[in-house]
Design a protein around this ligand. Structure first.
Ligand code: AMP
Ligand code: ZN
Length: 118
């Protein structure tokens, strides 16, 4: 069972923010911004590649609710999901990072120089 499934099953602890029948939001153990929350489906889905439009439809209002709950909905925030090796996905259970609480940086995303590909 993957580490986030264990969090869903309460086999390992998490610092929960919000939960409903289908999704859980909890604080990232290694925050990269003042607010750094992970939003996951309770059902195991490997990544965004396997995410159904039905699940995405239900996840959208939940993520919006989390943003309101932690009071970043007006100040602004970022939602990111990493996919596969190049995407930098470490945990193979779909999760959306919700980042905020300060002005977020917007920088260089790739090891390769984008100009080399023009
Ligand atoms: P990613 O690289 O997109 O797969 O992100 C995985 C994230 O999960 C990282 O930001 C980790 O800090 C976070 N993480 C890993 N284990 C835990 C855990 N037990 N509780 C909370 N966050 C975790
Ligand atoms: Zn899982």
């Amino acid at each position: 069972m993957c580490i986030f499934c264990k969090i869903v099953n309460r086999e390992i602890p998490s610092n929960k923010v919000l939960e409903n029948d289908d999704f859980v939001a909890f604080h990232d153990i290694n925050p990269k911004a003042p607010v750094h929350i992970l939003v996951i489906p309770k059902q195991h889905v490997d990544s965004f590649n396997e995410l159904s439009s039905e699940m995405m439809r239900d996840m959208t209002p939940f993520i919006q609710q989390v943003a309101k709950h932690v009071n970043v909905d007006q100040s602004g925030y970022r939602v990111i999901t990493n996919i596969g090796d190049n995407g930098g996905q470490e945990v193979k259970h779909l999760h959306f990072h919700l980042l905020g609480g300060a002005k977020l940086s917007w920088g260089h995303f790739a090891d390769a120089d984008p100009k080399d590909f023009l």
